[in-house]
Ligand binder design. Sequence first.
Ligand SMILES: C[S@@+](CC[C@H](N)C(=O)[O-])C[C@H]1O[C@@H](n2cnc3c(N)ncnc32)[C@H](O)[C@@H]1O
Length: 265
Amino acid sequence: MAGPRASTADRVAADGSPYPDRARPSFEHDVRAMFTHIAHRYDWFDHLVSFGQDFVWRPRALWALDRFRDHRPVHRVLDVGCGPGDLTVLAGRRFPSASVVGADFTAAMLARAATRHDLGRFGPRLRFAQASAMHLPFRSASFDVVMSAFVVRNLVDLGAAFRELRRVLVPGGSLLTLEITEPTSRIFRATFHTYFDRVVPWLGAAVHSAGPYRYLPESLRDLPGRASMLAMLADAGFSRTIADPLSLGAVTSYLAEAAPSHASP
Ligand SMILES: C[S@@+](CC[C@H](N)C(=O)[O-])C[C@H]1O[C@@H](n2cnc3c(N)ncnc32)[C@H](O)[C@@H]1O
């Protein structure tokens, strides 16, 4: 029996702003339209809704990544869905002899990344490229570290995306994925849901636009939990998978190693 038919027309909020719907064939296109729409204000709104905690999460995750790797040298880093480039630049500082690429499929985010940081200090070893996480324009086994922050809940097929991230990692290379997650503390969970389901959409509509901040809690509901994420990483060819909850689990840093035995296509 045929399932419900998704309209190909984009879903928009009452104020006309993009409001992606995972059930629609246009989902990927709509996610990009949404990030194009919010690119110029993304970073400060991110600081606001996270109460500045995002300034802690990214460096903390990179520190944990370095430990996870036993401080092995890092030569090539890829930041997928780099947005305005905060994690990309932090990685450039953390690994001072590495070449670092920030990749994103939204041109407006890359334009923001190019003007937001003092990139001159990195010279040619740090650059940005327009690319989709689902089809990375890089050769297999070309990075020691692949990372992504607050991206995976937007991906059309998470299993396929993890396999693509695995493909571009050298065997023994490391994956870091940061994402908003269900808090570990039951008491905090109720506050978390009220905040993301009610406060953030209200605040987003008040200071910016409605669609993206109504989409945010929906995208969190659709995201697999920590245990399922670890299982998906293992299925995609990763070993030593770890979920490290930060801020009482409101954000989780996932770490994994590209399993040497996994055949790269
Ligand atoms: C929530 S922002 C996170 C940006 C940045 N990583 C950070 O830490 O703030 C998500 C970013 O992922 C990008 N993105 C979403 N889906 C993507 C895909 N399929 N391929 C490449 N980039 C994608 C968006 O354009 C956006 O810049």
